[in-house]
Design a protein around this ligand. Structure first.
Ligand SMILES: [Zn+2]
Ligand SMILES: [Zn+2]
Length: 311
C-alpha cells in the first residue's frame, strides 16, 4: 500500500491539462456514476504507482481540509502540453468528492494523523508516511459515518454497498459497480423492464409479504468490476437485474466477481433447503403452498368453507 496527498486550492482549476474540470461538475459526476477521472500535475520524482491511494486536501484562504479520495489509475508520465521540467501528469480516479464546505477539517487531521505535516502538503503530491496510512483511512471513515446521510442515499442502509471513499484501492471499482445499483433512475428503468420478481429465485416480495412488499425489489449490477472503466455508461436494462435481498446478498458473496443470477439459480437448485415460493406464472401449476394460501384466502372471504385440517 502507498498513499499520497494532493493539495488543491479551490480558487484554481481542478486537475491539469486538457481534462481540467470544474470541481462541482466532478463531484456531481462521482455522485452519479461513482467515479471521476482526471489528470493531475505531480512532481518529477513523485512516487505514484498505479493503485496508490490518493487523498485530496483543500487548502487556501477558504479553509483547509480533506475533500476526497481516489486512486492512481495511470502512473505519472510526461504530458504533451507540459514540459517535463514542470512535472508529470498522473491519471487519478476519484471515488468520493465532498462538497467544498464539507471537508474533514485540518485541525481534526492534525490530531488524528499527526505523522503527516498538514501544513506542508504540496499540490504536486506529498507521500503519506506508511505509519499514517491507516490513521488517515480511519479518520476519513469515521468522519464519513458521522456526517448526516442524505435520505435518498439508499446505500447508507444497505450492506451490499460499502461506504464510498473508505475502501482499499482494489475494491474501488466494485464500489462504482455497487453504486450503479442505487442510481434511482437506473433502478426504476430496470424494474420497469424486468418486473419485480427476483431474477435468481423468482420470488416476488409482494407474494411473500403482502401489499407492504409490493414493488419492493433490489437491483443487481451484472457487469463485473473488471469490465468497468471511468467512461462506463450504465445501461439499466442490460446491466441491471431485479433480485430479492437474499439472492442479492448471496450474489455478492462471489469473489472476485459477484455470482451471476444463473449461478445463484444453480445453487438454489442443487441445495437441499426449502424451495422459495415462486411467483405463479400464468399457465403453470401452483405449488401446494400456493394452493393452501389460496384456500386460506377463500376461507377468510367465505366462512361456509370447513376449516382446514391442522395437525
Ligand atoms: Zn431471490
Ligand atoms: Zn448487487
Amino acid at each position: 500500500m502507498a498513499a499520497v496527498v494532493l493539495g488543491w486550492n479551490p480558487a484554481t482549476a481542478f486537475g491539469a491539462g486538457p481534462g481540467r474540470a470544474d470541481y462541482a461538475m466532478a463531484a456531481a459526476t462521482v455522485d452519479r456514476t461513482g467515479l471521476f477521472g482526471i489528470r493531475w500535475r505531480v512532481g518529477r520524482g513523485q512516487q505514484m504507482a498505479r493503485g496508490t491511494d490518493v487523498w485530496l486536501f483543500a487548502q487556501g484562504r477558504h479553509g483547509r481540509g480533506l475533500l476526497g479520495h481516489g486512486v492512481v489509475a495511470a502512473a505519472p508520465q510526461p504530458g504533451a502540453a507540459l514540459p517535463a521540467r514542470l512535472g508529470l501528469l498522473a491519471g487519478v480516479v476519484f471515488d468520493l468528492l465532498l462538497p467544498p464546505g464539507d471537508a474533514l477539517p485540518a485541525e481534526v487531521l492534525q490530531e488524528s494523523v499527526p505523522d503527516l505535516n498538514w501544513n506542508a502538503v504540496r499540490s504536486t503530491g506529498t507521500v503519506v508516511p506508511p505509519a499514517a496510512e491507516g490513521q488517515l483511512r480511519a479518520a476519513w471513515t469515521s468522519y464519513l459515518r458521522s456526517r448526516p446521510v442524505p435520505e435518498d442515499w439508499l446505500g447508507a442502509v444497505d450492506p451490499t454497498i460499502p461506504l464510498p471513499g473508505s475502501l482499499p484501492q482494489d475494491t474501488l471499482r466494485e464500489v462504482a459497480v455497487n453504486r450503479c445499483e442505487h442510481d434511482p433512475d437506473g433502478v426504476q428503468r430496470c424494474v420497469a423492464f424486468h418486473g419485480t420478481s427476483c431474477a435468481a429465485c423468482g420470488l416476488s416480495m409482494e407474494q411473500m409479504y403482502g401489499p407492504a412488499g409490493a414493488s419492493f425489489i433490489q437491483v443487481h449490477h451484472i457487469v463485473p468490476p473488471s469490465a468497468i472503466s471511468p467512461d462506463y455508461v450504465l445501461d439499466p436494462v442490460a446491466d441491471l437485474v431485479p433480485m430479492c435481498p437474499n439472492c442479492h446478498a448471496m450474489a455478492h458473496r462471489g469473489s472476485p466477481d459477484a455470482y451471476t443470477p444463473a449461478e445463484v439459480r444453480r445453487m438454489l437448485a442443487s441445495a437441499a433447503g426449502p424451495r422459495p415460493v415462486r411467483t405463479s406464472i400464468p399457465g403453470t401449476i401452483p405449488s401446494p403452498e400456493q394452493l393452501n394460501a389460496q384456500e386460506d384466502a377463500a376461507r377468510l372471504r367465505d366462512t361456509s368453507l370447513p376449516p382446514r385440517d391442522t395437525q
